[in-house]
Write a protein that binds this ligand. Structure first.
Ligand SMILES: Nc1nc2c(ncn2[C@@H]2O[C@H](COP(=O)(O)OP(=O)(O)O)[C@@H](O)[C@H]2O)c(=O)[nH]1
Ligand SMILES: [Mg+2]
Length: 344
């Protein structure tokens, strides 16, 4: 597994105070903390351990949708709206399209400039390090750093292409799905089933023709869809560029958060999140464990040779290796389950 370790972090003797400084409201410490957890490794783990208990009190809002629909513009307008109430807000832009630079898209930076002078606003972009889900483990930890710092609201912007929409729905408490008129995006969304993940729908670029038609289509499709909760997702038309309609989006986000709390679904959602995160984490540990063991264990090495020599099929070999590494084999369990089911 490749780890990105920034040389200056290793040499940093003040690293041990980062947690304390972050809790005391030091934004530079926050920036460093995110870099540390993004890099992974023992320093990041230690930081998460230290600050974990301070996290969990922020309203996490996911903003997702296809490139160019106006997510960043909307996020910017939302920040303005949230700041009117004096709430502290952070923006985390997760950008899977630039996996190595970790830098913000320049346009986003320029647009966000108004807020950078505001001490209660923090904007950060993160690269998505190749996880197919679009939200890597580092993102969860970065969010924890922001939560520990004490932001009331944390907005996570992701480019929604397939799987990442699902992942962000699990990361956020409230998911805003952004669409624009005339792109065929709405139809695409309806077809692909991503409608289910939206708690709030925004048809952005309401100044362009067809916005109301798009909204009507979305409403119609939502009426047909099955919902797990009693929340009826609002469909809102907005012009993010001018800020028109963005107040309603913020109102809806607050209402949704209240709804989750009142109906005790906030914890249920968070439980789902933890499940996803832990599975990812355990799979990662297992992979590292396996890679290390393959070279060290003679039994595993023998199993490999047997497969090469066609004395053992790969399925049986994998089950044997898992049994060796973890004491039991998932394929054993699978077998048991199939047998039990067929008895019913
Ligand atoms: N006409 C119009 N254009 C908009 C609106 N909001 C954003 N845009 C433009 O759409 C383009 C993409 O916006 P951006 O926020 O970067 O989209 P993102 O890729 O989803 O983050 C930019 O040129 C924006 O100026 C809007 O409400 N109306
Ligand atoms: Mg953007």
């Amino acid at each position: 597994m490749i780890r990105f370790v920034h040389p200056y972090i290793e040499a940093d003797t003040a690293l041990k105070d980062i947690g304390k400084k972050l809790l005391a409201g030091d934004k530079r410490a926050l920036a460093r903390a995110i870099t540390v957890v993004e890099a992974g490794g023992p320093e990041g783990t230690a930081l998460v351990k230290e600050l974990f208990h301070h996290a969990g009190h922020s309203h996490l809002i996911g903003v997702t949708g296809s490139p160019g629909v106006g997510k960043s513009t909307l996020v910017d307008a939302l920040v303005t709206e949230i700041r009117k109430e004096g709430k502290k807000v952070a923006v985390l832009a997760v950008d899977p399209s630039s996996p190595f630079t970790g830098g913000a898209i320049l346009g986003d930076r320029i647009r966000m400039q108004d807020h950078t002078l505001d001490k209660d606003v923090y904007i950060r972009s993160m690269a998505n390090r190749g996880h197919t889900g679009g939200v890597s483990l580092a993102t969860y930890d970065a969010i924890r750093m922001l939560e520990a710092f004490g932001f009331d609201v944390i907005i996570i912007e992701t480019v929604g292409v397939g799987q990442s929409e699902l992942a962000i729905a699990q990361t956020a408490d409230t998911t805003i799905l952004v669409l624009m008129p005339g792109s065929g995006d709405d139809i695409q969304a309806i077809k692909s089933g991503i409608m289910e993940i939206g708690d709030i729908f925004v048809v952005n670029k309401g100044d362009l023709p067809g916005a109301n038609k798009s909204a009507t289509e979305i409403i119609a499709s939502l009426e047909l869809a099955h919902h797990h909760t009693n929340w009826a997702p609002p469909v809102l038309v907005a012009i993010s560029e001018s800020g028109e309609g963005v107040d309603k989006i913020w109102e809806s986000a607050k209402k949704h958060h209240e709804f989750l709390i009142e109906t005790d679904q906030l914890n249920e959602r968070r439980r789902g999140k933890v499940k996803t995160e832990l599975s990812e984490m355990i799979a990662g540990i297992a992979r590292t464990n396996l890679e290390e063991s393959i070279d060290k264990s003679s039994e595993i090495s023998d199993a490999l040779s047997s497969v090469v020599a066609r004395k053992l099929d790969p399925h049986t070999a994998a089950a044997a290796i898992i049994r060796k590494l973890f004491g039991s084999s998932p394929s054993d369990n699978g077998l048991e389950r199939t047998q039990t089911e067929s008895l019913k």
